[in-house]
Design a protein around this ligand. Structure first.
Ligand SMILES: C[S@@+](CC[C@H](N)C(=O)[O-])C[C@H]1O[C@@H](n2cnc3c(N)ncnc32)[C@H](O)[C@@H]1O
Length: 255
């Protein structure tokens, strides 16, 4: 039994990734770099980290290198194997990958780590109740210990805003993939009601606006100049955009 919205999709993706030897858990070359460096800024060297839905650890190596110890949980066996191989190849001995369902893991285990990371995992849970249940389970099992959650997930309203821009530009709308359940602000209010405090928020509005609007493709081609420019502008925080269009966002929460 598992709580993934589409196990089949991830199984097929993991098999393809094994053959192609390139990351297929992201459709964008620069976004993971922006996300990962933002996530890293919230991790300290003494932290023990639990990452749920770590995939093949495509983004996790910098977290493992920075923290004291790391546990990844991943549903798909082929991803588990790829992740373990990557950790071995980097000679890292402070990390382990546990195969299994991430929701069941937090439901049944006491969370002893300081930091919990998700990078596009909560949106893969099968429905809203399970997504909220994930936060409830952590809250109930951590026995009053302080824990920091760094969640990097997809957000509905920001995608709607971006699609408004795209419509004006005559571009077709970007749809949420059928294996995803994006989050929204009502959901975050419910999470706060469970007992979490939102302590920070990171968005990448410049990057999304430029790569999804001024490029005629749905996503910028890997390595295309426009994406590189967008990446640099985002890093510099050069442009102020007054409408949120970053449909991937990071929230840092505490209990
Ligand atoms: C979008 S990918 C992200 C992978 C990785 N975090 C990254 O940033 O590259 C989502 C991952 O969550 C895993 N996943 C989906 N549902 C899961 C579940 N119920 N329990 C554990 N892992 C799950 C998928 O197999 C996949 O590896």
């Amino acid at each position: 039994m598992n709580f993934a919205k589409s196990q089949k999709y991830w199984e097929e993706t993991a098999q393809k990734q094994k053959k192609l030897k390139e990351s297929l858990t992201h459709s964008d070359r620069y976004l993971p770099q922006l996300e990962t460096s933002a996530i890293l800024s919230y991790i300290s060297s003494g932290d023990s980290i639990l990452e749920i839905g770590c995939g093949a650890c495509d983004n996790s190596i910098p977290y493992i290198k920075k923290c004291k110890n790391y546990t990844g949980v991943e549903l798909i066996q082929a991803f588990v194997e790829l992740g373990r191989k990557r950790i071995r190849e980097k000679s890292l001995n402070n990390a382990e990958i546990i195969p299994g369902d991430g929701y069941l893991y937090v439901l049944n285990k006491e969370i002893t780590q300081d930091v919990l990371v998700t990078q596009r995992f909560i949106i893969n849970l099968k429905d809203r109740d399970t997504q909220l249940g994930f936060f409830r389970a952590i809250r109930e099992r951590n026995r009053g210990r302080k824990i920091k959650l760094i969640i990097c997930e997809g957000f509905e309203k920001e995608l709607r805003n971006l699609n408004k821009f795209r419509k004006i530009a005559g571009l077709e709308e970007i749809r949420i993939a059928e294996y995803n359940n994006f989050l929204d602000y009502r959901f975050l209010r419910d999470v706060e009601e469970i007992g979490y405090r939102i302590v920070d928020e990171v968005a990448f509005n410049t990057y999304f606006l430029i790569t999804r609007l001024f490029n005629n493709n749905k996503f910028a081609k890997p390595g295309s100049e426009i994406a590189k420019i967008a990446f640099s502008l985002e890093k510099e925080k050069f442009i102020k955009i007054d409408r949120e269009v970053s449909y991937s966002k990071i929230f840092v929460l505490e209990i």
